[in-house]
Design a protein. Structure first.
Lengths: 231, 253, 485
């Protein structure tokens, strides 16, 4: 007899479920959904630039957008720090922004995400008040950021600290999520986690009153580096 | 066979509700159609579209009732139904009801293709247009839900009222919401149905209208009998009744 | 206030709805909330043709997936397994709960934090775990409030819609240590946030639902605003996702039209704060994410809905709740009256498959068939049509003439009452025989004085239905004789 009754029960349930599904008659045939065609056929608004559309939508979700240039972004970020005054900023090592960011704050205000979550969890929930991440792109249609968390920039970096600062390159703004997904060929190698983030976390669960900062960040600052492409 | 909207001969499928409970509405429908130059044929053997049984879970009974109507419209004339939900039954549900019976299905589809809700027909096919002259009146419009969703009754109802000089439409709160009739729903869940009817009537009364009109006699029975129980003098009338009244007042031929 | 779960049963629909109808506060708060959601949704779909194109796409994605359901589930299982996710199958809520319990016991977990999951409500996970001394804590703000209060959700998207901020103030003050009494909503959310953060850090197991599963990539997609779903699926060592077998789609891009429809239809938002796309547990080198990940796939009656093509569209649902928001019945009786996990129109067509037709007998009839639900459904489920089919199934055994022929549903024919059957046979006899009907139409006006003053439910709020003094056919005949027209 098997040593694992749960696995046996699983197998029994699986067998029974598939037996019933397989025995069912075929449904009315439908065409394979042409999602790409659907998005291709949709009219893209022409009255404003893609970047302008992104900014407008992101702001409508209470994200703050700080526009800067490839040359000036460290200064702009310093401005964000001066404004938000993070006491402890969490960041990932070895990313495109890491060194520059580290140069902007005193070492004791930096917390590098160097160890697995278990070792940093308490600090992360109780002490760290800001996290900074890179992004892999954005969606103009909805004002959303796209993140693929990595070993350097884990999932919780954009989740637990009350302030999330995200660095976005203008040339990586796509019109739609579909465009981002297909251009970047996500399905070729699905990351363990892909996030689309639109504004800070929020809830309207009490009497439909909208409150920002439910369980995730209360504030989202997008540092938008205008490096062309999104016009 | 293609329907011919310009035909001057039409069939009237009056519905069982009008035949037994609201005959004046039926008479007004005939009168309006005739004043607009149409010859109306009323097949004497008509009974009911089968909707009550169909919606209550007795489709076989409904099929038998509907089947008895299929031979009543041999000429290719339009079939006018002065009740949106019954019209929807002919237009959308009869073909489904006979899906497994090729001959009857073809008949049902032929009928469906030339079935018109009364308001739709007089506005869009007969070009209803009255001269001014009749006394001003303020009305609210209740469109039955199936009529609104299956027969496009809201735009048609509004369009019809717009053709009646002196008639002011007062839009009530939650205008598109159901009046709570729903056939046997009103008997199986009387309290919920009553709450819906009460809300509908409160909303209509709040407009300060002189009366309300509808193109569905099921809704009108529900609302008028609720008003009667409330001892409220307000009443709803079939939209044909209002049109006929305006024609008479305005002196159109 | 008791922390005991309120037991509600679909059998009590009439009693519960009676109470709800007489609760003026509940009615006005539901009406206000539903009007708010209706208005917000309408703003998201200003162009009806564009909406129609999008929902046609959504319908097609769901129908395509259902047409290939067993194959897609096999592909999904293979891809998830390859990515290190343990896939479990459960025919019943008991099966599913056993799986949860087994995992919890292996990890010696005494606390689970849970993101919003209607399927977990379906199996009564909290209750079952509590019986084994395992706390299963709701972390969605609305669900958390209800759990503290021992109450149940009344709406699938806005679960605590029936609670006022004063209610919440008292609940928090009473149940959360050191919580000040305040009815400032910002402060209340802050109190909830702080109380739950401690739990996220402490829990060994995180539980979540799933909005969409992608077969080709082995992916789970979660949609949320609060961030608690991300915390539940990221922070604890173990993540257990639970959902129904029908939630799978073939390709990642197939999620897009559904996601474009879901938040717009649900709350009138163009997007949610988070679209969380998970394809496996923490990989080597990664610093967070669960070390162990499970997916529990529940049947619980879904194969019954699948088995007959006449009921299959029920499974197209993406759980947006738009049908509830627009339902004049739901708006008046509220979600709790239904006594089922899924209330409102969609609940009335799903629940008979989950728990049988007998206990849910009053649900398929609790609709005026006004069609508002079908009109707003983002995946075009013909809900009124399904309601009629379930009315039929409740009143007919399969041996009777059901067309097309069908297999028995659980509880098939249990709503059949001889009186009703005879009434409809009588109706058929009368209305399918022109001569008989003509006689009836001649008699009825003449016998109208016999009209009973009390007519079942009809006369509770209405004057009796009485034949007119003359039938239309008689009036038309008279008119012809008079040479009118």
């Amino acid at each position: 007899m098997s040593a694992n009754p749960i696995r046996d029960a699983d197998a029994r349930a699986r067998g029974a479920i598939f037996k019933r599904l397989r025995a069912a008659p075929a449904g009315e045939p439908v065409a394979v959904p042409d999602v790409a065609g659907y998005y291709a056929a949709r009219a893209v608004p022409q009255d404003e630039s893609r970047t302008a559309r992104f900014i407008r939508h992101a702001q409508s979700w209470r994200a703050e957008v700080v526009e800067t240039t490839p040359a000036d972004w460290p200064q702009a970020l310093a401005g964000v720090f001066a404004d938000k005054r993070p006491a402890r900023l969490l960041l990932g090592r070895g990313t495109a922004i890491a060194e520059t960011v580290a140069g902007l704050l005193p070492a004791e205000q930096l917390r590098w995400y160097d160890e697995p979550l278990a070792g940093i969890k308490k600090e992360l929930f109780d002490e760290v008040d800001a996290g900074i991440t890179t992004t892999v792109g954005a969606v103009a249609e909805t004002g959303s950021l796209l993140l693929h968390p990595t070993p350097a920039e884990p999932r919780t970096l954009s989740l637990i600290p009350p302030l999330h600062i995200a660095v976005l390159h203008e040339r990586q703004i796509f019109e739609t999520l579909h465009e981002a997904m297909s251009t970047q060929r996500w399905t070729d190698a699905m990351p363990t986690n892909v996030l689309m983030i639109t504004g800070p976390s929020k809830t309207a669960d009490i009497q439909r009153v909208l409150v920002y900062g439910a369980h995730g960040p209360k504030e989202l600052v997008i540092l938008l580096i205008r490096d062309g492409g999104g016009a | 066979m293609k329907p011919n909207p310009a035909a001057t001969q039409v069939y009237l499928f009056a519905t069982c509700v009008i035949d037994l409970f609201s005959p004046q509405s039926g008479l007004d429908v005939v009168d309006v159609l005739e004043r607009l130059g149409v010859t109306v044929h009323f097949p004497e053997s008509q009974t009911c579209c089968g909707q009550p049984g169909y919606t209550t879970g007795f489709p076989e009974e409904a099929r038998r009732v509907a089947a008895a109507q299929l031979d009543l419209f041999p000429e290719p004339w339009p079939i006018i139904v002065p009740s949106g939900s019954c019209g929807g039954m002919l237009k959308h549900h009869w073909p489904k009801l006979f899906a497994d019976d090729a001959a009857r299905r073809a008949q049902a589809e032929n009928i469906a293709a030339r079935t018109y809700e009364f308001t739709d027909y007089v506005v869009n096919h007969l070009g209803l247009e009255l001269p001014s002259g009749a006394a001003p009146i303020k009305v609210a419009l209740h469109t039955s839900c199936s009529a609104r969703r299956e027969m496009n009754a809201l735009p048609n109802g509004r369009a019809a009222l717009a053709k009646l000089p002196g008639v002011e439409l007062l839009v009530h709160d939650h205008e598109s919401e159901c009046c709570g009739f729903g056939g046997t729903f009103s008997v199986k869940h009387p309290e919920i149905s009553a709450a819906m009817a009460a809300d509908k009537l409160d909303a209509i009364k709040a407009t300060g209208c002189d009366g309300f009109v509808s193109a569905d006699c099921g809704c009108l029975l529900n609302l008028n009998l609720t008003l009667e129980k409330r001892q409220d003098a307000l009443r709803g009338r079939h939209i044909a009744t209002l049109i006929r009244e305006r024609m008479a007042q305005g002196g159109t031929a | 206030m008791s922390a005991e779960a309120v037991t509600v049963r679909p059998e009590d629909f009439k009693l519960r709805s009676h109470e709800a109808l007489h609760d003026a506060h509940l009615r006005s708060s539901f009406r206000g909330a539903m009007d708010f959601l209706i208005e917000r949704r309408a703003l998201q779909f200003p162009d009806l043709q564009a909406f129609e194109r999008l929902r046609k796409m959504g319908e097609q994605v769901r129908q395509h997936a259902l047409n290939h359901l067993p194959d897609l589930l096999e592909t999904l299982e293979a891809n998830l397994t390859a990515r290190g996710v343990q896939v479990h199958w459960a025919e019943t809520p008991e099966d599913a709960n056993r799986i949860f319990l087994d995992i919890a016991q292996r990890h010696e977990a005494s606390l689970m934090v849970k993101g919003k999951s209607m399927v977990s409500e379906e199996i009564e996970l909290n209750h079952t775990m509590a019986a084994q001394d395992i706390e299963c804590l709701e972390t969605d703000m609305g669900e958390y409030i209800l759990q503290l209060d021992g109450d149940r959700p009344s709406h699938i998207i806005m679960p605590a819609i029936h609670k006022t901020k004063q209610d919440v103030a008292e609940i928090f003050h009473e149940h959360i240590n050191g919580a000040p009494l305040t009815d400032d909503v910002n402060e209340l959310i802050g109190i909830g946030r702080q109380a739950l953060r401690e739990k996220f850090g402490a829990a060994k197991i995180g539980v979540s639902g799933v909005n969409f599963m992608v077969a080709e990539t082995g992916t789970l997609v979660l949609v949320e605003n609060e961030g608690n779903g991300r915390l539940c699926t990221t922070v604890p060592d173990v993540h257990i996702a639970i959902t129904g077998i029908e939630k799978v789609v073939e390709k990642l891009e197939h999620v897009l039209p559904l996601y474009a429809l879901l938040p717009k239809s649900a709350t009138g938002q163009a997007v949610t704060t988070y679209l969380n796309i998970i394809s496996g547990p923490r990989r080597d080198g990664e610093k967070d994410g669960p070390q162990e990940m499970h997916l529990v796939l529940l049947d619980n009656g879904r194969t019954q809905a699948y088995r007959e093509t006449r009921y299959r569209a029920t499974l197209q649902c993406i759980r947006c709740g738009a049908c509830m928001n627009h339902c004049p019945v739901y708006t008046r009786v509220g979600g709790l009256s239904y006594g089922t996990t899924y209330p409102g129109p969609i609940g009335s067509i799903i629940s008979p498959h989950l728990v049988g037709l007998e206990s849910t007998r009053d649900l398929p009839t609790a609709s005026s068939l006004c069609g508002a639900c079908g009109e707003v459904c983002p995946v075009k489920i013909p809900i009124p049509d399904m309601l009629m089919k379930l009315r039929e199934a409740g009143r007919h055994s399969v041996t009777e003439s059901m067309t097309p022929p069908s297999q028995a549903l659980v509880g098939q024919g249990t709503v059949r009452r001889l009186g009703e059957v005879l009434a409809w046979k009588g109706w058929r006899l009368l209305y399918s025989n022109a001569a008989l009907y003509r006689l009836f139409a001649w008699l009825a006006p003449r016998l109208r004085w016999l009209t009973p003053p009390v007519q079942a439910g009809w006369t509770q709020s209405r004057a009796p239905l009485k034949p007119a003094p003359q039938s239309l056919r008689a009036m038309l005949a008279q008119r012809r004789r008079d040479g009118g027209g």
